[in-house]
Design a protein around this ligand. Structure first.
Ligand SMILES: NC(=O)c1ccc[n+]([C@@H]2O[C@H](COP(=O)([O-])OP(=O)(O)OC[C@H]3O[C@@H](n4cnc5c(N)ncnc54)[C@H](OP(=O)(O)O)[C@@H]3O)[C@@H](O)[C@H]2O)c1
Length: 225
């Protein structure tokens, strides 16, 4: 059993937390407004969850999921995340996040920005390429023919393997893209972003379809920028 901390408890944070609880893990949820605003979230997640401050969520999680709009990423508690595996779900949307010149010119990626902010942590990019409603309904037991795959990327091989193990427990196979710099392959606008898991790629809420290792690996390899 692993304790997961969450910085951010919105659509994707709450969905990952629900899958973690379903798999028997404990979760510590936080947001920008304080634990008292998370009563409904922890009531839904049940007894293996609790609400906390951002600092508490960061320091009590063996794995900490940073799942907030990218524009706020510099606000995370860097010291409390030291030595942690930090799972990064964030995507860059200039209309929401403001312009990051170094992302616009392709000289780095959003997960590398996060890694640079927390050099004593081991950042693993995961959950960024799937719509939260699809993430909620696509878990399957290991070996199922319709099991879906999620990409991971990170500079620490052991951390990538740890996160891959957790994803397996949550009901997903894994495509390891390698280092963080390869994470652009599943970012917004790329073929492996969102649409493979959608019944209707033009309307993600219309429903989910499984997408396995072969398809996600092929689409990630086919990415061009
Ligand atoms: N939605 C998806 O399907 C999806 C899928 C993959 C990846 N993503 C990415 O994952 C990230 C989160 O997306 P989302 O859809 O879950 O967003 P969301 O529903 O808007 O939730 C954002 C969460 O972040 C919290 N937050 C914002 N600033 C914070 C800060 N400084 N410290 C602590 N918590 C903070 C918010 O708390 P308050 O409400 O208290 O401000 C809220 O709980 C984004 O980067 C998004 O691009 C989303």
């Amino acid at each position: 059993m692993t304790t997961w901390g969450f910085i951010g408890s919105g659509n994707i944070g709450s969905t990952v937390a629900q899958l973690a609880v379903n798999a028997g893990h404990s979760v510590v949820m936080s947001n920008s407004r304080g634990p008292e605003t998370l009563a409904d979230v922890v009531a839904t997640l049940g007894p293996r969850s609790r609400a906390a401050t951002v600092d508490e969520a960061a320091s009590s999680g063996e794995v900490v999921v940073v799942t907030i709009p990218l524009k706020h990423y510099r606000e995370i508690p860097t010291a409390a995340l030291s030595d942690r595996i930090v799972v990064d779900t964030m995507n860059y949307y200039p209309g929401r996040d403001g312009e990051f010149v170094q992302l616009d010119d392709g000289s780095t990626t959003s997960s590398e920005l996060l890694q640079a902010l927390i050099p004593d942590s081991r950042v693993v990019k995961a959950f960024n390429n799937i719509f939260y409603q699809h993430l909620a309904v696509l878990p399957r037991p290991a070996g199922s023919p319709d099991r879906s795959a999620l990409p991971v990327a990170g500079d620490d091989v052991a951390a990538n393997a740890s996160v891959a193990g957790l994803l397996d427990e949550l009901g997903y196979d894994v495509v390891d893209l390698g280092v963080l710099a390869e994470g652009w392959r599943t970012q917004p606008g790329m073929p492996a972003y969102g649409t493979p898991y959608a019944v209707d790629p033009s309307n993600w809420p219309a429903g989910a379809r499984p997408s396995g290792v072969a398809e996600i690996a092929e689409l990630a390899a086919a990415a061009r920028r």
